[in-house]
Design a protein around this ligand. Sequence first.
Ligand SMILES: [Zn+2]
Ligand SMILES: [Zn+2]
Length: 116
Amino acid sequence: MNWPVFIGTIVVGAVSAWWIFRDARGRDYNPVIWAVACVFSALTVSVFGTLAVVVIYLFLRPRGELFACPHCSKKYIHNLAFCPHCGKPVKKECLKCHDLMELDQDVCPHCGMRSA
Ligand SMILES: [Zn+2]
Ligand SMILES: [Zn+2]
């Protein structure tokens, strides 16, 4: 057993899993599966297996702007109506056209209706 390599592999696997879990959760994109893939590839292949998983993830993950949740201040991707971290609504529905708008907006960007 080569301990420095073994410990390095564990650290890279754990850090990648932690990072990918947070990023995937904010994008509502199977955070558990990706985190497990990081750890699994580190243990079965090597750090290069984990790096491959991270690169594949960067290609596949949903693209879009990330906003801070007004309730828990964690990041979520713009097109979600509910925060993936705390489950609270991050958008509200327009009473007239039923499209989604930001919580702090007073005027619907879709139809111009003023919300109460
Ligand atoms: Zn939240
Ligand atoms: Zn509207």
